[in-house]
Write a protein that binds this ligand. Structure first.
Ligand SMILES: Nc1ncnc2c1ncn2[C@@H]1O[C@H](COP(=O)(O)OP(=O)(O)OP(=O)(O)O)[C@@H](O)[C@H]1O
Length: 686
């Protein structure tokens, strides 16, 4: 078996399972092996039902007294049953597992193991695994991997598949130079991969993990340095002068740019006017006003006779940018032709835009990844603005070069990370930091409360809406089932409608809606035709509706602090006093402590540092900082030390052999090429 083989080569994996795996981005045996567990389950002896008083993961040995109840809702099949032992009864619920109705025999005794949550029925065990007594005995006290799943793909299937694949794969050559392994005290590669999936104990797990985290950072940094090498001193084919219209617009804005905005704009214009191409990162906290800086830069590019493109991570954002930019230009009578290009547009609409772009009848092109598809041919693209998730835009520049010349690249990031780490992670870019919020902003008022506060929160939302404002309510995605994500938000919106005055329009937004549906809802919310928006975290990045003043986050304890900070950043963007209500549904005081950090501060850099202190390097499976660079296993915050070591090691290797061309580094070079291919490929696949 080879890493590049399809997963169907693995014993027991058929087409159907392969399709499901594809949904979690697993196509080859290599993908599967590199899908590290996101957590580990420890199997404890079953608890007495009567002793379960708080949410958490439990196993119980219980009887099903009667026939399980099967209910069909519009989208899911729900099975409920009572789990009974001598000490009490616990309700269990399964979604979309119809065959269980036949497995669970009335009067049968099993072990049920799963997450107990508190909902409107009280404590309920959700989606428990049903196990035989012998089976459970074998698992007792072991650590079992928990994988990322999708509806229909069970953890058991994943575990078995990984196990079979590891058995069948030949030993791989370790690409990490021996001296680095010795110096950093890292384990051997094959051992590390096997152990990360099936650790015997905590100590082994940590040892294996360190090696894999190191690898991930080391390879990433080497890629960056090698790219940087090829980007350096590239001749500027698009010299840009500060534009008159751009200056006029800046002067006519209803506000003054902050000092940080001005400095950043100067950095950008200086770069684009210099002899070499720009590769710059703008790092600015939520709401620091990155968009207007981007627009002013684009305008100068257009005035110098070129085109500019702005690539947003989602369709909703692309449309939002497009609408605000066109409005801005028409309000200020700026003759700049702006077009929108997204994947969900019809073929006919797209074709028209392609023609406009090719004929240079479009000056600024705003869109999603559709902007770099083969069919798009630019006349003279001078600047590409992209966000940090697509930072390999620097690499994608090469794709543009085939289309008529390499553009300047500006990467926008709202992730606050300490400068020392930024220099390592963004080593291929020059950095401008926007660490200043517009002056007239009122700081957001925060509170962390329990679920009993909900009625008050709803009253508060009603009051704010009565005075003309709007609100967001965020529900977390429900793990393990994509289907339920929508369901949850839909149910919540229904419930909220019944609790708020009928004059308030409540709508919802979730990831499974089509781009058109999402756009329609966002558009109506932006125009205040919807007052309360119930949403999953699809709303997280960049949405800008300054009239919204309340952000209420349900199950705030389930989110990472950086993500909560981003969510909170959706309010407090206009001149009105804004509020953020964090609902903590857990009874865990540690979680309260984390949320208190947000309660105390609105400063992203401070929050990131405090979060790091509180979690400490031991807390490896804590909540990950979402959206940050998408490392599979490493966490740039908690693994900051490993990151620094990896950076030093990468420097040392490159000092010895700048192009990694010697025989000694052949295996490493092959691995790097694969990595470069993978990253660019996945950035393009979005
Ligand atoms: N100097 C300024 N003074 C007052 N308001 C400003 C200033 N600069 C930008 N704004 C306004 O602040 C709001 C937030 O700006 P913007 O959307 O650019 O934030 P951002 O930095 O992109 O944040 P996020 O990362 O959260 O999307 C916008 O409504 C914008 O019009």
């Amino acid at each position: 078996m080879r890493l590049t083989d399809s997963v169907t080569e693995i014993k027991g994996i058929g087409e159907k399972t392969a399709k499901l795996m594809e949904k979690v981005n697993i196509r080859t045996v290599g993908d599967l092996i590199l899908s590290y567990p996101r957590d580990y389950d420890r199997y404890e002896p079953p608890a007495d039902v009567g002793t379960i008083k708080t949410p958490g993961i439990y196993a119980v040995a219980a009887v099903i007294p009667g026939r399980p109840e099967v209910k069909l809702t519009a989208r899911v099949k729900v099975i409920t049953a009572n789990l009974k032992d001598d000490s009490g009864i616990l309700r269990a619920v399964w979604f979309n597992m119809p065959y269980l109705a036949n497995v669970l025999k009335p009067g049968g005794r099993y072990i049920f193991r799963g997450r107990v949550v508190r909902n409107r029925y009280g404590l309920v065990m959700e989606q428990p695994a049903v196990l035989g007594f012998d089976e459970y005995d074998r698992l007792l006290h072991t650590r079992q991997p928990v994988y990322n799943l999708t509806a229909g793909l069970t953890n058991k299937t994943m575990r078995k598949a990984v196990y079979s694949a590891l058995e069948a794969l030949p030993v791989q050559k370790d690409y990490l130079p021996e001296w680095i392994r010795k110096k950093e005290e890292l384990s051997e590669y094959n051992y590390a991969v096997r152990t990360i999936h099936f650790p015997k104990n905590e100590e082994e797990l940590l040892f294996a993990r360190k090696r894999l985290v190191f690898d991930e950072f080391f390879l990433f940094i080497l890629c960056l340095r090698l790219l940087r090498g090829s980007n350096e001193k590239k001749k500027n084919g698009f010299p840009v002068k500060p534009g008159r219209e751009a200056l006029k617009l800046q002067n006519e804005l209803p506000y003054d740019l902050t000092g940080a905005q001005k400095e950043t704009l100067q950095d950008i214009l200086k770069d684009m006017g210099s002899d070499s191409l720009m590769s710059r990162l703008v790092q600015g906290d939520v709401g620091s006003g990155k968009t207007i800086v981007a627009v002013l830069a684009l305008l100068s590019v257009v005035e110098s006779g070129y085109q500019g493109a702005m690539m947003a991570p989602t369709e909703v954002l692309a449309r939002q940018h497009y609408e605000s930019v066109t409005k801005l230009f028409s309000d200020h009578k700026i003759p700049c032709r702006t077009v929108l290009l997204t994947g969900s547009m019809t073929a006919k609409e797209k074709r028209l835009v392609y023609e406009q772009i090719a004929a240079h009848e479009a000056d600024i092109i705003i869109g999603t990844h559709a902007l770099i598809q083969d069919k798009v041919v630019y006349d003279s693209l001078g600047l590409v603005i992209t966000d940090e998730q697509h930072r390999f835009g620097v690499r994608q520049r090469e794709l543009f070069s085939k289309k008529g010349g390499e553009p300047h690249v500006l990467v926008m990031s709202a992730t606050p990370i300490p400068r020392t780490l930024a220099i390592i992670l963004y080593g291929d870019l020059d950095i401008s930091v926007m660490d200043e919020l517009p002056a007239k902003r009122l700081p957001i008022k925060n509170c962390v409360v329990g679920i009993e506060f909900r009625p008050n929160a709803y009253k508060f939302i009603a009051k704010e809406v009565a005075s003309g404002r709007q609100a967001y309510v965020i529900c977390p995605m429900v793990e393990e089932s994509e289907l339920m994500e929508g369901e949850n938000v839909v149910d919540y919106a229904k419930k909220l409608r019944s609790q708020l005055p009928p004059s308030i329009r409540v709508e919802y937004l979730h990831g499974r809606m089509s781009a058109q549906q999402k756009d329609a809802v966002m558009g109506e919310f932006a125009e205040n035709r919807i007052q309360v928006l119930v949403s999953t975290t699809v709303i997280e990045v960049g949405v800008d509706v300054p009239n919204a003043t309340v952000m209420m986050i349900e199950n705030a304890e389930r989110f990472g602090l950086a993500q909560l900070h981003q969510l909170r950043g959706r309010v407090g963007r206009g001149g009105f006093q804004s509020y953020c209500i964090f609902i903590n549904a857990s009874e865990d005081s540690e979680k309260n402590k984390r949320l208190e950090i947000l309660n105390k501060s609105n400063d992203g850099f401070y929050i990131a540092l405090e979060d790091l202190k509180l979690r400490g390097p031991g807390d490896i499976f804590g909540l990950r900082q979402s959206g940050l660079m998408e490392f599979a296993i490493g966490d740039v915050f908690t693994d900051a030390d490993i990151l620094k070591e990896a950076s030093e090691a990468a420097d040392a290797v490159l000092k010895e052999d700048g192009g990694l061309t010697s025989e000694k580094y052949r295996v490493l070079r092959e691995r790097i090429d694969l990595e470069l291919f993978r990253r660019v490929d996945s950035a393009l696949a979005l």
